[in-house]
Write a protein that binds this ligand. Sequence first.
Ligand code: PLP
Length: 317
Amino acid sequence: MAMKQFKEFPKVSLGVFPTPIQKLENISRRLNTNVYIKRDDLCGLGLGGNKTRKLEFLMADAILKKAEIVFTTGGAQSNHAMLTAAAAGKLGLTAVLVLKKRGVTACLGNQFLEHLMGTEVVFVDTDSYDDIYREMDRIGTERGRPYYKIPCGGSNALGALGYVECAEEIRDSGLHFDHLICAEGSGGTMAGLALGAKLFLPDTRVHGMMVDTDPFDVITPRLMTEAAALLEADVRITDGDFCLRDMCGPGYAIPSEPGNRAVRLLAAEEGIFLDPVYTGKAFAGLLAMAEEGVFRPEDRVLFLHSGGAGGLFAVGT
Ligand SMILES: *Cc1c(COP(=O)(O)O)cnc(C)c1O
């Protein structure tokens, strides 16, 4: 299909790619299928995580637009905000994190890492991202320096390209997967993977495990369509291109019992640490699908480990 190449987009190098794909031998035996894990938690910026692939495109765009200050937002324990600060430091830019005050915790986890990096963090007592983006404009204007705003989770079309490219990376591994499973928090990762699967992995079903209560049935195809437009890829996005499953439990960033069990299971049997906010809940979704008999013994299931180590030390399980 005629479409733009990833290398036609400005991109900075922040991580080490391709990330490894490993088989989870003990989990595979336990579930009577073949479970693999894509280690985006090992991608080499900060403590790793999925925001790195998005930031390679987003930070390049910020630099292209001559920004000196990069703003982003999220919750108090946002992995995305922490990685944006890490990327900014590496690239000689100033990060200002404008975070939601709700759920503010002590200087633990990602906030501790921000403390180590000397990151400027501003808390706004609001639930509305409009208030947050207004505050960014106010600070940016006050400083009189060119600035760039990255949305929550880096989840716009440009950020999602990072995960379209990840699907191409999975294809290039030469391994075939029947199912690809990831956490869905702000939507860019899932939208990128679902579009990427449509382009590069046509026989792989992509499942987004929703860990927040936003309308992902609307957000996912919208981001897929916007990312396809950036790539000038001639595809028609339909609801059949992705599957969603609600794994949020008691609420966003509030640990769930199935999620915590999944965190402990992977820690005990595979020596891999998931996190309670995203990957633990997403892996609990994989376990539930296995329980329901979705996977055949010969199937290959790939779970995206999207990081989150910082949050593990603040949220607990
Ligand atoms: C942000 C995040 C996700 C969710 O990705 P989105 O693109 O926001 O949907 C999953 N896992 C971890 C560890 C994250 O930090």
